[in-house]
Design a protein around this ligand. Structure first.
Ligand SMILES: [Zn+2]
Length: 173
């Protein structure tokens, strides 16, 4: 078996799951599936504008190498976690409405939404708004019951936007 992100051939166990983490680049299945989707889509090329939240190490290096430093924008709320790539501080709950419109060709986030202490509907709305017309928004959310942040369940989400307040209620119940 070979890692499709870095070519590594050794895989480590993680949390009781056998042979899931690439020993070379650290990728998990979610990153390797995302890599497959990106390859299939053909979207990655020099100049593709990428917004990547919670950037996975191997994947970040791979994407950045193709699109170029100036087109790769990695962000997270906890920038101390990242050594492999420059990551800018960004709070998706407080600041997603500040993202520019029609500004990115590819927006990626794996296992991020379930950590946000809000209703993610408005966050997803603003991420979509930031996407170009031909852009691709690829993300994964764990398919596990009660996996969302407790505050996300039935919490109202209201954001000030240039168009007024955007609100949503609901949850995963
Ligand atoms: Zn790898």
């Amino acid at each position: 078996m070979q890692c499709n992100v870095c070519g590594g051939e050794t895989f480590l166990d993680m949390n009781g799951r056998l042979n899931v983490r690439c020993a070379k680049c650290g990728s998990l299945e979610r990153a390797r599936v995302l890599k497959m989707i990106l390859d299939e889509s053909g979207i990655l090329k020099k100049g593709t504008r990428v917004l990547h939240f919670a950037p996975e190490g191997g994947l970040a290096t791979y994407i950045k190498g193709i699109v170029g430093d100036e087109c790769y924008d990695a962000r997270d709320i906890d920038i101390e976690r990242y050594q492999h790539v420059k990551v800018s501080y960004f709070d998706l709950v407080e600041a997603c409405h500040t993202l520019p419109t029609n500004a990115f060709d590819l927006i990626i986030h794996n296992h991020v939404m379930e950590h946000l202490p809000c209703n993610v509907t408005a966050v997803l709305y603003h991420l979509h708004r930031a996407l170009s017309d031909e852009g691709l928004h690829v993300f994964s959310i764990p398919d596990l019951p009660l996996n969302f942040h407790p505050a996300a369940i039935r919490a109202p989400a209201v954001f000030d936007t240039p168009f007024g307040a955007v609100g949503a209620t609901g949850g995963n119940a």
